[in-house]
Ligand binder design. Structure first.
Ligand SMILES: [Cu+2]
Length: 116
């Protein structure tokens, strides 16, 4: 499911990407379409930074070239979903963004902000 570029996949193929692309454990697609996903309670929060390389409002995915997030994920380009549906309208290719991410959830960006 995860589209990782060849260059990064070579570097990270040996185990580091094992957790990436995992769907959040309790995601209900019908629900997330209606309401913002609640931030996971009690999970460690990390600050995510990256550059948007693709936006697909229909599929509700963002392809983001993310910087290394210590203890969460290595630097890589992959697809994420956003916590709120309006993010796909707000964010454009080339935007630098920040977001909140949580331990155990490697597929969702919360509180996405475009860095001006
Ligand atoms: Cu990843």
């Amino acid at each position: 499911m995860t589209r990782i570029r060849i260059a990064t996949s070579i570097a990270f193929a040996l185990g580091l990407t094992a957790a990436c692309g995992q769907e959040p454990a309790k995601t209900d697609p019908a629900k997330t379409e209606q309401a913002p996903a609640a931030a996971p309670a009690g999970k460690k929060e990390h600050v995510f930074r990256g550059k948007v390389e693709g936006v697909d409002p229909k599929a509700k995915t963002l392809t983001v070239n993310g910087e290394n997030v210590e203890g969460w994920m290595s630097a890589m380009t992959m697809q994420y979903s956003a916590d709120k549906p309006d993010v796909y309208d707000k964010v454009k290719v080339g935007d630098q963004i920040t977001a909140k991410v949580y331990d155990g959830n490697f597929g969702t960006l919360y509180d996405v902000q475009v860095v001006k």
